[in-house]
Design a protein around this ligand. Structure first.
Ligand SMILES: Nc1ncnc2c1ncn2[C@@H]1O[C@H](COP(=O)(O)OP(=O)(O)O)[C@@H](O)[C@H]1O
Ligand SMILES: [Mg+2]
Length: 457
């Protein structure tokens, strides 16, 4: 653009020395030069305002000449032949991918590109690393939502780089756990409907318990949810949910036998629900067809540091080993059959590998969340097999995780941090909603026989 300006200045200087005849055309040229300089400056300013750190990349893509050169350098330009004229004589042509639109995003920009003939997603995926270097952004990821239309995500900055906090619980979206903010700037939720197992992995200190507390806390604002809370660390990390748990096992009460009894109570409830399903769940055998109900709430069974109870090596004596085997068997039964009974088991662990959590349990968990881990083996244990371009939880910041579910796909998110005391006081205020579903839900025939231990709801 500078040369237009220089050209304009030179033209103005010449005006002093040439015959008057040339004044008009030279003035016009100079004005056009000036207009072009102004236009280009405005375009650059608008790009910076709209696209921030991705501005330069967007300018390269939207300037016909720069894009032609860049695309050619990256091997994204095709040559072919096209019939031309009355005789239909073949003529060599160059096909340049067309940039249709650029859209600002929290990470920079999305560019929508119509591919040249013969290009497919693999063409663009193979070029993505070189595209990122050529456009001067950290990374480019490519998708093809419409055939032969490629969306290039220009990742100039990481929108999840900075911690986020919230002064209050972010309300859940019905029976969904709030994951956090995603790279596209939306709050993402993970629906519990039609699921019975969530595996939550992450290195110690990666933010598992903090996430769990606020996500489960959000669901517990609904009276249609009840919680059995078990802390394998037997500490105080989960105290903020205590008032909204119908049973909270920690400290001395977190011993394997007490845990087994509590899980067995849920297993009995599950069996009663399965037997009475059609009568209890509005004429359908599946709990989720009609959805949660105060009389038949979703039962969340949260086991933090679950390897304490599920890792066969944590039992030393014969009795302890037998107890662990029993807990494994009941947990497996809950995850296998709990879906149609509104039971959801959350297994949180710093070690998701098969030595700590039996694969039979792990593989049944349809919902997965993984915070920072160190190895690929740990990622696979936590999230299962993922495509090579999926976001990875390796080396993420505390509070940044990757979630996988059939509904959300694979997403990276940052959990909002909510102070322990805030969750605690919100749960305390909701304490009146707490009731033990294993005691109050009985079928008519059970009531007739008087086998219930508590008061029906
Ligand atoms: N998103 C976050 N932002 C800021 N601090 C956090 C966040 N998540 C966790 N923490 C803090 O980091 C520490 C460890 O988090 P925690 O959830 O207990 O980790 P984990 O359960 O994975 O061992 C706690 O002191 C917690 O308050
Ligand atoms: Mg923890």
């Amino acid at each position: 653009m500078l040369r237009y300006f220089v050209f304009g200045i030179v033209a103005l200087l010449i005006l002093w020395r040439v015959p008057q005849l040339l004044i008009l055309p030279l003035t016009i040229v100079a004005l056009i030069g000036l207009a072009l300089v102004i236009r280009s400056a405005l375009r650059a300013r608008r790009a910076v305002t709209d696209f921030g750190p991705a501005a330069q990349a967007v300018m390269t893509l939207t300037s016909a000449r720069s894009w032609r050169v860049t695309a050619a350098n990256l091997g994204l330009v095709n040559t072919g032949q096209r019939a031309r004229g009355l005789m239909g004589r073949p003529e060599a042509v160059t096909f340049i991918p067309r940039v249709l639109r650029t859209i600002p995003t929290p990470y920079g920009a999305d560019a929508i590109v119509a591919g040249a003939p013969g290009q497919d997603l693999s063409t663009w995926a193979a070029a993505s690393g070189r595209l990122a270097s050529a456009l001067g952004v950290a990374a480019v990821t490519v998708t093809e939502p419409v055939p032969n239309q490629f969306v290039l995500a220009l990742r100039a900055s990481d929108p999840l780089a900075a911690p986020i906090s919230s002064p209050a619980l972010v309300p859940a979206n019905g029976m969904s756990l709030l994951l956090g903010l995603t790279e596209s700037g939306h709050w993402a939720h993970m629906s519990l409907a039609n699921h019975s197992g969530l595996l939550l992995c992450g290195a110690p200190g990666s933010g598992k318990t903090a996430w769990l507390t606020q996500a489960v806390g959000g669901v517990l604002t609904y009276p249609e949810a009840q919680l059995l809370l078990i802390d394998g660390k037997a500490g105080h990390d989960l105290d903020s949910l205590a008032q909204r748990s119908y049973l909270y096992l920690t400290g001395d009460q977190a011993d394997p036998l007490t845990v087994l009894m509590a899980l067995r109570d849920v297993q009995s409830l599950m069996r009663r629900r399965l037997v009475n399903a059609v009568e209890w769940f509005g004429g359908t055998p599946n709990y989720w067809s009609r959805g949660p109900h105060v009389g038949h709430p979703v039962v969340l069974v949260v086991i933090d540091e679950a390897q304490t109870y599920l890792d066969a090596r944590s039992g030393i004596t014969k009795d302890e080993k037998a107890l662990i085997a029993e807990i494994q068997s009941v947990a497996m039964d809950l995850i296998k059959k709990g879906r149609s009974a509104g039971i959801v088991v959350v297994i949180a662990t710093q070690k998701g590998t098969t030595d700590a959590i039996p694969s039979a349990i792990r593989d049944q968990c349809g919902l997965r969340v993984c915070f920072r881990v160190q190895t690929r083996e740990a990622v696979e244990a936590g999230l299962g097999q993922l495509p090579p371009d999926a976001p990875s939880p390796i080396g993420q910041d505390r509070g940044v995780g990757v979630a996988v579910s059939p509904e959300v796909g694979v997403i990276r998110f940052r959990s909002p941090y909510i102070a322990h005391e805030v969750v605690e006081s919100e749960m305390a205020a909701l304490g009146r909603l707490t009731s033990d579903p294993t005691r109050v839900e009985v079928s008519n025939s059970d009531m007739a026989q008087g086998i219930t231990e508590g008061d029906p709801a």
